[in-house]
Design a protein around this ligand. Sequence first.
Ligand code: AMP
Length: 569
Amino acid sequence: MPHHTPLIATIVVGLGLAFVLGVLAHRLRIPPLVGYLLAGILVGPFTPGFVADQGLAVELAEIGVILLMFGVGLHFSLADLLSVKAIAIPGAVVQIAVATAFGVGLAWLMGWSAGAGIVFGLALSVASTVVLLRALQERRILETRRGRIAVGWLIVEDLAMVLTLVLLPALAGLLKGEAGVLAWDDLARTVGLTLLKVAAFVALMLVVGRRVIPWVLHYVAHSGSRELFRLAVLAVALGVAFGAAMLFDVSFALGAFFAGMILSESPLSQRAAEESLPLRDAFAVLFFVSVGMLLDPAVLLRQALPVLATFLIIVLAKSAAAYLIVRAFGHPRITALTISASLAQIGEFSFILAGLGVGLGIMPAEARDLVLAGAILSILANPLFFALLDRIKARMDRGAEAALAATAGEEDAVLKPTSLSGHDVVVGYGRVGSAIGEGLLRTGRPFLVIEERRAAIDALRAQGIEAIAGNGADPRIVRAAGLPVARTLYVAIPEAFEAGQIVAQARALGPELEIIARAHFDAEVEHLERVGADIIVMGEREIARAMLEHAAAKAPPSRPEGDGAPAAA
Ligand code: AMP
């Protein structure tokens, strides 16, 4: 097919086929990303039929990475990042060392050089941002302590890979076994320069970006144009990521993460996250398609045993190392298991590194095939590990229930059941919840808050208000709120599906409890009523009522001469 519009063709066929196969996968009760990968294999160069433009697909996928990391940054403060450094830095370093050692071992068995083994092992050591973030987001654990450790760990890996990519060309001679080619002062200069650039970028973002970026968004928000606000969010996310890569040689992902992070302190961060969501999801799908395109399915048969060994290094050796390190640092078992599952896969950085290794002549091309096959298999297997994790967690929760208050784990310690009684409970402390809180404070009624946003939790606790961090629909959290002895429950979150889950559980726990819920559509009102809410306040109706009241209070209804219109009631 003569296609003169390769970009359009790649987007259309990539998204279209991913959609069809994603729906099919969903019907078959397998994760949709399996469908996306398959779509990639079908439009890739190794299968007959239409072949999408590989270079373009990879670039489009990169936009997905940028938007994802920007979104993560929006929920992450510098304090969060620093709070996990004690585990994330040694964890990532040891894990990279273990993966590299196993890589060298496999290289030795395959008869490659030690240098090839090192690059191969490094390629197996770094997890994919997209796969990790999607898994954590789907399960809503991104904002928990273990989610933060996983992201911090990922960022350390990312930094290590930035360094590896710039060092590799300088070290190529040594890794190829050509003695005497290495100039130590050259190497030291390259390392120093890279670290200097990363530091300069971070400093620039923290000093200048921190002031300029929130200012720009506030300015645009006040212009009242939604379109311009959306544009501003995209321009900041993509612009900073691209600028970071061009000017400072930092990865796109890292640049986007910092852009998001400096916005996280701004009250506009939530809106910025919402605005970038739809594009982010579309481009993340293209990421999986582009990965699928790289795979030559024949490799799986031709190199079955080495592929299996590569797969096992990624999912077993790396995970075991991560588990042991996290446990050694005294974190709970569930944290260790979550980190292991999150990192038991490889992706974009591995492809880049493997490509560079082959390009520089350090690594044979078959090693790159193994990296690709290992990546696809580990990405396919990843949802299975998370399903297993969910099951283990459910079992642990059941076992831990009786001793909930006594458990030592950080996350469980937060779930100590409240000692309040006759109190009120507010779920969601955003615009609506915080206004309720102010009212309750004025009347002096005791209350506690359930909220997902870390910043809100910290602010509440600083004020001495009891706050439970986490998703209000989580049964353990609902139980910790003392609902059977509470007076009123305010469900002040905007999402009616989740609100329904909370109301249903609360009703089961407290038949006498007064439940007041928030809705935005008539269908939501009906749904919330059905699951047991006593009073449902529909935001839009209340706004309309208040507007009419204001108008009525100002000017008594008057009827112009000859106008037959009825007066306002
Ligand atoms: P707003 O729409 O401004 O009233 O904000 C809603 C608030 O509810 C935000 O602060 C969210 O973080 C919070 N929220 C949304 N869903 C949940 C949930 N399932 N559990 C706890 N908090 C939530």
